[in-house]
Design a protein around this ligand. Sequence first.
Ligand code: MN3
Length: 203
Amino acid sequence: MAFELPPLPYSTNALAERGMCQETLELHHGKHHLAYVTALNGFVEKNDALKGKTLEEIVRFTYGKEDLAPVFNNAGQHWNHILFWQAMSPTEGGKIPGALEKKLTEDFGGVAQFKEAFKAAAVSQFGSGWAWLVLGHDGRLKVTKTPNGSNPLATGEGVALLGCDVWEHSYYLDFRNRRPDYVQNWLDRIANYEFAAAKLAAA
Ligand code: MN3
């Protein structure tokens, strides 16, 4: 069973008024994400050790294995983007539910402190990668960053509640080189904190 590109949970122009234009989403979902899925399927087709494994199993199995790095990069990016589309909301973007706000305040000192930490991680990720809000194994929320296609599932740092793509393809049409502005806008107007709260409640 080949992996498939999931449909966007909203239209490609749904986030345009919130700072992510239709062309960005068309290219990002229809070209970039699709390319990861296509490449991953090509690798699985040629490698019996990968056949029958779930996406999560492939991410964990290939992490840190030098000879399987191209598989890991594409599997990781497929997993990351599935989460990324869900981690954005055209209707509720930026609104933080009470239970999550309480937890953010407990673990970071406040919503503003959480956003500062997240922005710092996103901006300091040199080159391509991701910033994450993670529920750690100690039950506390934390912010992490990963390079390229890596993610908290691979590193075993905990459950990813939100992931922000800081590859240039995610923001260059809307914000040019201004990654800090993209991340601030993403946190304030695009991030789907309802999704994060639901993942937190289920974890
Ligand atoms: Mn991307």
